[in-house]
Design a protein around this ligand. Structure first.
Ligand code: UTP
Length: 279
């Protein structure tokens, strides 16, 4: 029996083509590109686990097998590290945090957009169940992590909730944008539009962390392609909004858009400085 107020599953869509990082992403998934020494996707997985998630469901593709390998054990490597005085690396390749966490992988056969990616796991999410979505290419440095911040708000309000941040009007073209009046760090969402090319409803941009009701799957099923001829998660959220209140949370964290080269380089500089105290 699912408990609507407890969120234990997170979906991580990682099936995108990563076009903006070609040629690096010809043979390596974008999500496996490292921030200093840690693949981008590992940051999202650790953030989800910190927030109490127990089941990580990847939406993947045939070119992304290395992600499956990354979250599995590599016993040969572990044995070699143990027998060659390199034990200190052992906890890097088999994190304690993964103990008891279930990883599953579902394939998206055609890259038809984020909404289509999420709909691939509709059989794993019950309609009355809330679940998290984390887009690994949005990387946050927050304490606690942004997913934990969303969970705290969810525990109070029990409604679908999306992480948002303020961007310049020029930047709204690149994101889903909501409208609503912030009260403290929270707003009821009045409207949501994917990548508005003119007249954005506000400067509150959607970022890659969501806690959604499983009802979204029903909306995704009947959705026509939207912006960029892709099945847009934002459009399904807009339909859910007609049926009930959803919230936006202005999170407290630094964000790096690692889907772009600029954000990826900035994240590397930021975490390198933090990790190695380079001045
Ligand atoms: P992006 O819009 O960043 O697309 O996807 P992308 O393919 O990863 O990168 P570019 O734009 O070609 O450079 C946002 C998230 O949705 C996933 C991506 O893996 C990323 O986590 N996604 C996108 C899918 O899983 N499937 C899709 O069909 C599209």
């Amino acid at each position: 029996m699912s408990n609507a107020k407890t969120i234990k599953k997170a979906v991580l869509p990682v099936a995108g083509l990563g076009t903006r990082f070609l040629p690096a992403t010809k043979a390596i998934p974008k999500e496996m590109l490292p921030i200093v020494d840690t693949p981008l996707v590992e940051f999202a997985v650790r953030e989800a686990i910190e927030a109490g998630i127990e089941e990580i469901i990847f939406v993947t593709s045939h070119t992304k097998r290395s992600i499956e390998d990354h979250f599995d054990r590599n016993l040969e490597l572990e044995l070699k590290l143990s027998s060659s005085n390199k034990e200190s690396y052992l906890d890097k390749v088999n994190l304690n945090e993964y103990e008891g966490i279930k990883f599953s992988f579902v394939r998206q056969r055609d890259q038809r957009g984020l909404g289509d990616a999420i709909s691939q796991v509709s059989h794993l999410i019950l309609p009355d169940e809330y679940f998290a979505i984390l887009l690994a290419d949005d990387l946050f440095d927050g304490n606690p992590g942004v997913t934990s911040q969303l969970m705290d708000a969810f525990k109070l309000h029990g409604k679908s909730i999306i992480a948002v941040n303020e961007v310049s009007e020029e930047e709204t073209k690149k994101y889903g944008v909501i409208s609503g009046e912030l009260s403290g760090n929270l707003t009821s969402i009045e409207e949501i539009v994917e990548k508005p090319q003119s007249n954005p409803p506000s400067n509150l941009a959607v970022t890659g962390r969501y806690l959604l009701s499983g009802e979204i799957m029903e909306e995704l099923k009947t959705l026509e392609p939207g912006f960029g001829n892709e099945i847009q998660l934002t459009d399904a959220i807009a339909k859910m909004l007609q049926k009930g209140e959803m919230l936006g949370l202005k999170y407290d964290a630094l964000k790096f858009d690692c889907g772009s080269k600029e954000g990826f380089v900035q994240a590397n500089i930021h975490f390198a400085k933090k990790q190695y105290i380079i001045s």
